[in-house]
Design a protein around this ligand. Sequence first.
Ligand code: FE
Ligand code: CA
Length: 528
Amino acid sequence: MSTTRRQFLHTSTAAALGSSSGWWPPAHGQETTAEPAASTPTESPRFDLGIASGSPTAHSIVLWTRLTGDGLPPRVEVRWELAHDESFKRIAARGIETAEAAWAHSVHAQPRGLAPGRWYWYRFQALGERSVTGRTRTAPLAASGATAPLRFAIASCQRYDAGHYAAWRDVAAQNLDLVMFLGDYIYEGASRSSFPRRHEGGDARTLATYRARYATYKRDPLLQAAHASAPWLMVWDDHEVDNDYAGLQDSHLDADFAARRAAAYQAYWEHMPFPHSARPRLDVPGGAMRITGRLDWGTLARIHLLDDRQYRDPQVCPRPGQGGSNTVTAANCPALLDPRRTLLGTEQERWLAEGWDLRRPWNLVAQQTLMARHSWTDTADGSAGLGGTYWSDGWDGYPLSRNRLLGTVAERRVPGVVVLGGDVHAHVVADLKADFDRPESPTVATEFCGTSITSHGRPQELLDMARSFNPHVQWSRSDRRGCMLFTLDAKQLQVALRAVDDVNDPASAVRTSASFVVEAGRPGAVSA
Ligand code: FE
Ligand code: CA
């Protein structure tokens, strides 16, 4: 027991990372450095993939782990404990979950009846071993009065073999209330020889190979520290399954894509802190897993979580004989302006339109990709209805779907809409306009799209060249990896764009490269 006990002390998140007094307001150039040792819970082979918590509500939280190692029986009892204190003197809840081989020995415990707006600590025990300790919390209730500021991060696109996770050390050190992961948790492809780390094997295509890919990612100690530091909200994008997939179609038009998607969805659920109620249905082609959801955060905000992969129409005007993304113009692709095309699916579009919060000051939209129009050429090029050149995989490939969403926001005067995204491997700050062709038209919402944790970006010169075609874009930098940190209160949203000095160095410093503020009732970001 003494080894386990020592390990617990050494690897508990707060001990490993030091107790931070918070990161706001970070002066420009403030940095986090490598000196606190990250937790390395590899002493326990059964809990080699770490722990996580997520999907919080005011009264419950999902606690996750997955057992590993040789000779695991088909069913293993796993004890979990949730406490009010880090030393587990005051237990709030405890229980036993059965980890089954059929679901990769994953555990998704869901203590209920918890107090709102509270911090908790949790850990697991199985087969004579104990996991590290994680820190988590429940959401506050509006009924409890004014809500303390919400501090959260957004992150996306953590291609393991493309770099190291210094950005996750930065996130873990902030002691945040929430981490929102906005897609591309894994990349399904094989590694390139020029990359600093290795994906095991070739393309992930089967349940076994997706599970192996998640295990590679989950063994990273800095990612484990970020999971152990706060509850996560998660949405997926394409690479959790296959690049550029749309619904039941992949970019190669493979006949067996449905089976591949079902395997990928299963592996995703197995490795993420989603509740049992979110477990994918495997009796329908492609599997079905609902990640769309909503979380109310006290009196401050409603958080909407969207799925822009599972229900979308295929990308418009693909290359001959293929599916997937393309670069398109309205002149050469009239279907771009087909009003029936949707990125969210009709049902999810309606769900969002009916669920905007008109009482709280903020509506945060956690979704996958850049929503602001981003043309790669001059939009005054004379093509009918819509000028410019667009990448068809993002919102730009579904412009009328975007118009419907922003139209509802403008019409109903939805307060404080802030769209959060990833996917484009660049920090982008943008005003979301009622009419992107008229820069003087009202700004109806604000967008913060975070750069990748590691995945490579497009050349910065391309983004610089495109700036004049997109005057509503205030900031676009693809040359830095990192994340974004936010502090939200009833009056304003403060945002720090965090940038890693050297993505090839796990000990790299992480700095604030720019800061913005959004005032409640005044859509649009202001440089701070
Ligand atoms: Fe990505
Ligand atoms: Ca993506």
